[in-house]
Write a protein that binds this ligand. Structure first.
Ligand code: PMT
Length: 453
């Protein structure tokens, strides 16, 4: 997920470092946008080190005059979190006073916006602040209410920014729980802002659900007060995957050369794991056939079969395919395997070693050939050049319903990263997505799958 974090001028800005760490650790991309007053409390260098991105604070880069596009940020983000949010920033947001980069970004934002206020207790209680917050709630902003305790002024009362771990939890829960049928109705929130959950109003679900954890265009409305982690609580329409069996292949295969050596690749299994967990979350029974990986998916309705070689993966996958309605072939399967496997460790002798390799079973193509009319087959294409034509050729050759292209030329995409950047190629078109956490990529892929079920 792409998250814009806005930092404003409050002593609580130091806690934003922990919030950023929390998001980054979970594989999310974070872009920090800081107000001029925010820079008095925390340096852009700290934020840039934590996010691995330059921090945006001005409309133009002081260094080379590059224009920082708030419009672009508004399109890029899946969520915007302003933490800490001062009374001044809240007022500017409510009244559209676009005199700094953070407010212009907020005004261009297409994704859900969260504010975590931090201020002195009297500022918090002031009708001006409360009216401004009320306006923001009515426009769909989620207010993560401050807690009570000792404040920077040494007075005791409400105004301490909520703890970073809790802010992260609220944001991620809200975003992942965004129901497809959720529409922002701009109803007025209660005048005494004490709700324990968002007052999101839901309309009836569309018959063709198009949920995406990262679509970012549906707004949440209300406040979240300490203690409650709920946000929108209505149940989304059941997924077309519910009750279906999905077969997934994941990870690398190892092709033995001798008792100590093998031919393998860098696949970690993270992409396949994210797909398995997303399918299970949507109610499918998952059968995942995994090559050797360091972590295996876990959870209810996920059954793991561990294999080592391409031949073993084929045997397991072709057996399990009979009872599956969908197969997603995410494994990086070796295309060749040694003709013979030495029983003893090969010695380092002579000028070198010549191996004779034979092709392995093409699992995707094999399943494509036996696929029934009620079954759907999704493949991956990992490319280094001419990605689109290669992916289109694999789509046709392996009889796939669609193929997910990822390229090793894109930074953060492919093997081992927690992120991926994919293009979904169907027989009739293509859809390209930005770099996202593999969990969010999995949601995009499963959204596409649901469209064809
Ligand atoms: O595991 P991670 O570290 O998270 O990395 C994810 C990934 C890069 C492995 C994943 O996103 C990915 O691209 N998987 C497919 C890798 C691959 O082998 O691509 P390919 O273009 O060589 O193969 C095309 C398709 O045929 C794939 O669906 C593959 O699973 C399948 N195939 C290939 C060869 C073979 N013998 N049998 C197959 O089923």
């Amino acid at each position: 997920m792409n998250i814009v974090i806005g930092i404003t001028g409050s002593i609580a800005a130091y806690k934003t470092c922990i919030l950023i760490r929390q998001f980054v650790k979970l594989g999310h991309e974070v872009q920090a946008v800081i107000t001029p007053a925010g820079k008095e409390f925390i340096t852009p260098i700290t934020l840039s080190a934590l996010t691995s991105r330059p921090v945006i604070s001005d409309f133009f880069s002081q260094r080379d005059g590059t224009w920082h596009s708030h419009v672009q940020l508004g399109l890029w983000a899946d969520a915007m979190v302003i933490a800490p949010a001062t009374a001044s920033t809240i007022g500017k947001m409510a009244h559209g006073i676009a005199d700094n980069m953070l407010i212009t970004t907020y005004l261009s934002m297409k994704a859900p916006v969260f504010v975590a206020p931090a201020m002195d207790l009297d500022m918090w209680k002031h009708p001006a602040t409360q009216d401004n917050l009320q306006l923001l709630r009515q426009r769909g902003v989620t207010v993560i209410e401050p807690t009570s305790g000792e404040l920077a002024s040494h007075l005791v009362g409400k105004g301490r920014m909520e703890e970073p771990e809790r802010i992260a939890e609220v944001v991620l829960n809200c975003i992942s729980a965004q129901p497809s049928a959720c529409t922002n109705t701009l109803e007025s929130a209660p005048s005494d802002p004490q709700p324990s959950a968002c007052t999101n109003t839901l309309e009836s679900a569309p018959s063709d659900p198009q949920p995406s954890a990262s679509s970012g265009s549906q707004l949440l409305q209300g406040s979240v007060a300490g203690g409650s982690s709920t946000c929108p609580t209505a149940s989304p329409a059941p997924s077309p995957l519910s009750g279906k069996t999905v077969l997934i292949t994941a990870g690398p295969t190892y092709e033995r050369i001798d008792p100590v050596r093998f031919i393998g690749n860098y696949s970690s299994g993270k992409m396949g794991t994210a797909l398995a967990e997303e399918c299970a979350r949507r109610g499918a029974s998952v059968e995942i056939v995994c090559g050797p990986m360091s972590h295996y998916p876990a959870g209810q309705n996920i059954n793991v079969t561990r294999v080592e070689s391409a031949q073993q993966m084929w045997e397991a996958a072709s057996t399990l395919f009979t009872n599956a309605q969908v197969a997603i072939l995410c494994a990086a399967v070796a295309d060749f395997t040694p003709d013979t496997v030495a029983n003893q460790k090969l010695k380092r002798e002579g000028d070198g070693l010549t191996l004779h390799l034979k092709p392995t079973p093409d699992i995707a193509r094999g399943l494509g050939i036996i696929k029934r009319a009620d079954q759907r087959l999704v493949g991956f294409a990992l490319e280094t050049h001419d990605g689109l034509p290669h992916a289109q050729a694999k789509l046709a050759k392996k009889h796939l319903d669609f193929i997910v292209l990822n390229s090793l030329n894109d930074a953060g995409a492919g093997f081992q990263h927690d992120t991926n950047k994919v293009t979904i190629v169907t027989p009739t078109g293509i859809k390209s997505y930005p770099l996202k956490a593999k969990t969010a990529v999995a949601a995009d892929i499963i959204d596409e799958l649901e469209n064809i079920l």
